[in-house]
Write a protein that binds this ligand. Structure first.
Ligand SMILES: [Zn+2]
Length: 514
């Protein structure tokens, strides 16, 4: 049996989670659910990065202890599993999970044993927001390209990782798709980065600069392990890497797919640093690196720091799920965000999309069909199948094709990590089925007493509703459950009385500044 390990990045917990991270979680959840539905073994892994200097600074600004601060924010990230209906298998927290520190230490020692860690004096420009050094060429007018802030000049003795040694191997592994980076422009970006030359990078900092927070370097307690080294390690430490054993072999070494989902801002860490660390440690490499873009809200990047400054107020995934429902939030993220690209969020778009497709599309279809089966057939599923030659039902080649083709189209689209194309295949069934209702006019058939034709039409429509329930499952697990229940017969052979499976949303215009 194939086994897939699917991970999200572990975000800094310097503030509450925003919708951009919800996107990554929901994408990973869809992949996990779809693979499980197809009989694969899946482990969906997420967590929080507690050991960042950013967290320390945010805690200090808030005037509370670092552990207390990260505990509170980590709970807000981990708690997203419920409002987003995530089927996450495991969550690791890098500051408190006993698996983590021991695993990071083993990873460090493995790279040291390969001769890839050495000490040297270093001076560089460091952005705390990014937790990374920048060369002057990478800055925009002297400022961090991600944060638009002036980086700090850091001068100290650090441990370095011999990244330069792996440039040639990394390039070949990415060029021949041993590590598949999607979309292709991100793959090209990484190849260009490697071609520009890979310098060894600093993987520790003085304990003072780290404010005493983080994982000490093994056998060198004056130094703390660079937070990115520690964070990237979570993909292994969560599998009990410290002690080896079954989880590590099943989900990493012997897994058929090791899939990392991440945002474009952390590509270099996942596509260059991380595989090089794994090569050094003698571990298997990720098979897939899947990169999404950023969400903006009214044209501005949604970020935790922007939220903390009061610049956003509507893009909190908890608030959105509470106000509009889990299905509507997931549907917007899956349906409107283009593959690997940026998208602009507004609550109005979320509501419009949910009303057009969830309420008027799926919801209306299921409700109409179940209501008609009750009205014309006493709630009993018409016995005739659409293909029965005794019932010359109005042909519906487009609807039949939409149903038949959906599983293949969804699988193909998800293999490309194209969630819009995948949801389109489900949407197509409902769209064609609603057209068919209007064309076949079952109410006229009932009036004319054309029982055989009516039964055939209703039977075909119920088949479409059941297909929607089945194929929506990875995308909208909650709605899919309601649709499937609405289309299932009880012991007496009847469908349950019609009740709305997806209702219309009313846009609520909240004053976010109050
Ligand atoms: Zn920055």
């Amino acid at each position: 049996m194939t086994a897939s390990y699917i991970t999200t990045t572990i975000p800094y917990v310097n503030a509450r989670p925003h919708l951009g991270f919800a996107l990554e979680l929901v994408q990973a959840d869809v992949l996990a659910r779809h693979r499980r539905d197809h009989g694969e073994q899946v482990r969906f892994q997420a967590g929080t990065d507690d050991n960042s200097l950013k967290n320390v600074l945010a805690a200090q600004a808030a005037g509370i202890g670092v552990q207390e601060f990260v505990d509170a924010n980590a709970a807000a990230f981990i708690g997203l599993a419920e409002p987003l209906s995530l089927s996450v298998d495991d969550l690791i927290r890098t500051s408190s999970d006993p698996r983590h520190r021991a695993g990071v230490e083993r990873l460090w020692r493995a790279c040291a044993a390969s001769g890839d860690l050495y000490r040297r004096h270093y001076e560089g420009l460091y952005c705390v927001g990014c937790e990374q050094f920048y060369t002057t060429a990478e800055l925009l007018a002297g400022r961090c390209p991600e944060h638009d802030t002036v980086p700090d000049l850091v001068s100290e003795e650090n441990w370095f990782f011999r990244l330069s040694r792996y440039a040639g191997r990394l390039r070949r592994l990415i060029a021949d798709d041993t590590i598949r980076i999607q979309p292709a422009e991100r793959r090209n970006e990484v190849l260009a980065l490697i071609d520009a030359g890979l310098a060894d990078f600093s993987v520790s900092r003085g304990v003072e600069r780290a404010r005493g927070w983080g994982i000490p370097v093994p056998d060198d307690p004056g130094q703390v392990i660079y937070v990115w080294w520690d964070a990237l390690g979570n993909y292994l430490t969560a599998l009990d890497y410290a002690v080896g054993g079954e989880n590590l072999s099943r989900w990493w070494t012997d897994a058929s797919r090791r899939i990392h989902l991440l945002g474009k801002g952390v590509l270099r860490f996942h596509a260059v640093y991380w595989p090089a660390m794994l090569l050094s440690a003698g571990e298997a490499l990720p098979t897939d690196i899947v990169v999404h873009g950023y969400l903006t809200e009214n044209g501005r990047k949604i970020s935790k720091s922007a939220g903390a400054l009061g610049l956003t107020g509507t893009a909190d995934p908890y608030d959105l799920a509470a106000q509009y429902g889990t299905d509507a939030v997931r549907w917007w993220l899956l349906r409107e965000v283009p593959r690997g690209a940026d998208a602009d969020f507004t609550a109005d778009r979320l509501v419009a999309r949910a009303n057009d497709e969830l309420a008027n599309g799926f919801g209306n279809l299921v409700n109409r069909v179940v209501s008609m089966i009750h009205r014309y057939h006493d709630g009993r599923v018409p016995a005739l199948s659409a293909s029965d030659p005794a019932a010359p039902a109005l042909d519906a080649p487009a609807l039949d094709a939409a149903i038949t083709n959906a599983p293949g189209l969804i699988a193909e689209a998800l293999a490309d990590f194209d969630f819009r194309r995948a949801t389109e295949a489900v949407w197509r069934i409902a769209d064609e089925a609603n057209r068919y209702v209007n064309r076949a006019r079952p109410w006229d058939l009932a009036k004319a007493g054309d029982g055989a034709e009516l039964a055939a039409v209703l039977s075909r429509l119920l088949r479409a509703c059941r297909a929607v329930g089945e194929h929506l499952r990875p995308f909208l697990p909650d709605a899919a459950t309601r649709i499937t229940a609405q289309c299932a017969t009880d012991a007496s052979g009847r469908l349950p009385p019609p009740s709305p499976v997806l209702s219309r949303l009313t846009p609520v215009l909240k004053d976010v500044s109050s």
